[in-house]
Design a protein around this ligand. Structure first.
Ligand code: BG6
Length: 477
């Protein structure tokens, strides 16, 4: 008997800025990530406030889901998807963010996508904002640093939730909102363009501005949650957290303490606000340490209380170790920390830790007792195409199998998990590095880092494997 509930939502996830392409088609305005160049693990993406004709901007074309959506959704349906997580491109709907009326051609595109999903009984799970704030908002109001961003976002969120009423019932307000807890989040997550910040991975940071901007996102999210419930009582509104699980490197109490602090600051600061409707008890200490004083009005506090989410979602790719000895903190993965001697790493130095998924699911459920969805997980790596066109991605199958097993164990532990949508189900542009070489998909897309390729889609070995997983509701792994 399968440990997965009968109606478990198996699927996959994508994001508009990495997937759609058509960055300036049918009235769409540029988003913040349209201004970021390509890069790789050793060479960070660059933020260029003015497009440089000598540079490559991989998000401009993505893998052209905009024109391939029928074929792509048919492939997802062939795997038996029950749910498809995708994000809406905010500047496709409001090109600068400041318009009073939406761009009808943008709305029409997601109508086509949702109708196509409905054809196959695939439930859409929509992220309202996944690293694609209209670039005009970064330029004019410094992104989320300004309170004005709240109104722009709420107008956008209400517009789409009203327009797609009845077609979509699962909404996530912000992708990986806790990215705003680290300096990496300044630009891609908060739309803040600090002077002198050109390297996407190492941006200049102003914690006062960053944490205030994050507060504005919390208020905007709560207002969207409230609006979502008012528009359609069947709507389920969720938060989305990049879960950065931290273990102490050793039993040295200093390491244990640092791990506790990292887990609280990085993982729970945001979700406590979104699930419980108020800042956690440890927030004032964090503000003191960062030397910030936030403008939080009584009305903000009321809104946060009224706009708590129905379910918790998260990404999970890796864990880290925390060491109080800075000499140990040499890990090359995105979130830093110390290397874990017990774990293997991907070519991008992301530690592979399936057991960590079970651990973190239990931690989250113990804290909140609300349903959870794992909306991102997966192995980013190079794929080789065999001379006959097949792709034997056994390494990806192994990674996913181990994580699904861990997920099953968490369900046996009693954690309520609604679904699983592994990342980049169709190959797309990687986010942190802006490259095609790092692939996650069950479906291969013929596109290279220099932008060349036919964009032809083909099924990898993992495609057939995942199809079986879904068919047997996770029994056959
Ligand atoms: C998550 C993001 O952080 O990780 C995605 O929500 C991203 O947008 C994914 O693509 C994987 O990261 P990367 O850098 O390998 O694409």
């Amino acid at each position: 008997m399968s440990v997965f509930p009968k109606d478990f939502l198996w699927g996959g996830a994508t994001a508009a800025n990495q997937f759609e392409g058509a960055w300036d088609v049918d009235g769409k305005g540029p988003s913040c990530m349209d201004m970021a160049t390509n890069g790789n693990h050793h060479h960070p993406r660059e933020i260029t406030p003015v497009l440089d004709p000598d540079k490559l901007y991989p998000c401009h074309d993505g893998v052209d889901f905009y024109h391939h959506y029928k074929e792509d959704i048919a492939l997802l349906a062939e795997m038996g998807f029950k749910v498809f997580r995708f994000s809406m491109n905010w500047p496709r709907i409001f090109p600068t963010g400041f318009e009073d009326e939406p761009n009808e051609a943008g709305l029409a595109f997601y109508d086509r996508v949702m109708d196509e999903c409905a054809k196959y009984d695939i439930e859409p799970l929509v992220t309202l904002s996944h690293y694609e704030m209209p670039f005009a908002m970064c330029q004019k109001i410094d992104g989320w640093a300004s309170r004005e961003a709240i109104d722009c976002y709420v107008k956008y969120a209400k517009t789409v939730m009203e327009h797609y009423k009845g077609k979509c019932h699962y909404w996530l307000t912000f992708n990986e909102i806790n990215c705003g807890m680290i300096s990496l989040g300044n630009y891609m997550s908060l739309g803040i363009l600090n002077p002198g910040s050109f390297d996407l991975r190492h941006q200049n940071d102003d914690p006062q501005k960053r944490l205030q901007a994050l507060h504005h996102q919390f208020v905007a999210s709560a207002l969207a949650v409230k609006a979502g419930h008012e528009i359609d009582s069947d709507n389920k509104m969720g938060c989305m957290i990049a879960y950065m699980l931290a273990y102490p490197l050793t039993p040295n109490p200093d390491d244990v303490e640092l791990a506790r602090e990292r887990n609280q600051y990085r993982n729970y600061y945001c979700s406590d606000v979104m699930v419980r409707g108020e800042y956690p008890y440890f927030a004032p200490r964090l503000w003191d340490e960062e030397g910030v004083s936030l403008d939080i009005t009584d009305e903000d506090r009321r809104i946060l209380k009224e706009g708590t989410v129905d379910f918790y979602t998260h990404s999970y790719y890796q864990s880290q170790c925390a060491s109080a000895d800075p000499a140990e903190e040499t890990s090359g993965n995105l979130f830093g920390g110390a290397k874990n001697p017990y774990l293997k790493e991907t070519a991008w130095e992301w530690p592979i830790d399936p057991a960590g998924l079970r651990i973190m699911l239990n931690q989250v459920y113990e804290r909140y007792q609300i349903p959870i969805m794992v909306v991102e997980n997966g192995l980013g790596c190079r794929d080789e195409v065999n001379p006959d066109g097949t792709i034997d991605d056994d390494y990806r199958i192994e990674y996913l199998r181990d994580h699904i097993k861990a997920l099953g164990e968490a369900i046996k532990d009693g954690v309520e998990v609604w679904g699983y949508t592994p990342w980049g189900c169709i190959d797309l542009v990687s986010n942190a590095d802006g490259e095609m070489a790092k692939r996650y998909g069950f479906v291969y897309v013929d596109k290279r880092d220099d932008g060349s390729g036919t964009l032809e889609r083909s099924r990898k070995k993992s495609f057939y494997w995942y199809k079986k997983v879904i068919e047997t509701n996770g029994e056959e792994l």
